[in-house]
Write a new protein. Structure first.
Length: 324
């Protein structure tokens, strides 16, 4: 999914900030996809917090009726220095990328694309998507791995029970269950479902921070209410997460991991390390793809999409720089 918002630079924090036992992040609505924009609810990044572990971006969308194909129609757009993680509750999305991958995204199956040094991809909902409902997440790649060759993976995790919860671990490891997709830092990404009145206690690594992105219901995390569509964040130093459902069933994503410990600049669809680096990524995209149609550049070429690639927005008139 393309980050089409034209806000000033969002710069990822190098260190987790001190704060309350649970930090509650409110979503903001962002239109994605041009004239027939799909509204998403974005909880990461924010000025208050830009990272949960290495997770640096979270957009939730739907449930959105899809009376036609291409309700989601995100044309070819670039990425650098990150992994995209697509997780659906309902619907179907067709993925194409310039590394030659063509795949369908379906409920309870993760699609993970590692952009590495550079890739372009498109995402389009299909005729089978009568309703669209899901989440797109990004993981920032650590400096040692951010220039890897791009690749794509899919994985359908098996559901398992723990206390009252049903879980699917789609990235990293949790409770002895692991995902087959590649992680470059210690991470966890899992769907968590609780029945009304249910509760779960989950032992976690004390060196990690964790977030609960609520899709349905109003659970309590460490005794603190997290409203639907909000992200509740628990800082490092916690060895157990306690999640309790109220009068309604809960569906949420649990994300987390060790703090990345690096300062990153994120603008549009690029994750870099400096203003000049991001400027160079944008110039390459515009010259190689938008203007030139080059097949052998940083972002390669994408075949099979019915439409044009998305031009990059103009750079802001200030230098992008780390924010403390």
């Amino acid at each position: 999914m393309s980050n089409l918002e034209k806000d000033p630079a969002e710069v990822l924090l190098a260190e987790p900030s001190a704060g309350p036992a649970v930090e509650i992040l409110e979503p903001r609505e962002v239109p994605l996809g041009g004239p027939r924009a799909l509204l998403v609810r974005r909880t990461l990044p924010q000025r208050a917090r830009s990272l949960v572990g290495a997770w640096c971006f979270a957009d939730a969308y739907g449930p959105t009726p899809a009376p036609r194909a291409r309700v989601m129609d995100t044309g070819p757009h670039p990425h650098t220095g990150l992994q995209t993680v697509s997780w659906l509750y309902r619907g179907e999305i067709e993925h194409r990328d310039s590394a030659g991958h063509h795949a369908m995204g379906r409920p309870a199956e993760v699609n993970l694309m590692t952009a590495g040094r550079g890739i372009q991809h498109s995402e389009v909902s299909t005729d089978d998507a009568r309703e669209l409902h899901g989440v797109q997440l990004w993981i920032a790649l650590p400096d040692a791995h951010r220039d890897v060759a791009p690749f794509f993976e899919s994985f359908a995790p098996e559901a398992f029970r723990h206390d009252d919860a049903t879980l699917h671990v789609f990235v990293g490891e949790l409770l002895g269950h692991g995902s087959a997709v590649t992680a470059f830092t210690r991470l966890v990404g899992a769907q968590l479902d609780l029945p009304a009145g249910g509760a779960v206690r989950i032992p976690v690594h004390e060196g990690s921070e964790h977030g609960l992105l609520v899709d349905a219901g109003s659970p309590r995390l460490q005794g603190v209410a997290v409203p639907a569509s909000h992200l509740g964040v628990v800082p490092v130093g916690t060895s157990e997460l306690v999640i309790e459902a109220g009068d309604e069933p809960v569906r949420a994503l649990l994300i987390g991991g060790e703090p990345l410990g690096e300062q990153l600049v994120m603008w549009w669809n690029f994750v870099g390390r400096s203003h000049d680096e991001v400027v160079a990524y944008r110039q390459q995209w515009q010259s190689e793809v938008i203007a030139g149609g080059t097949r052998g550049g940083r972002f390669g070429a994408l075949d099979g999409y019915d439409g044009s690639p998305l031009p990059a927005p103009e750079m802001p008139n200030v230098r992008l720089r780390p924010r403390e």
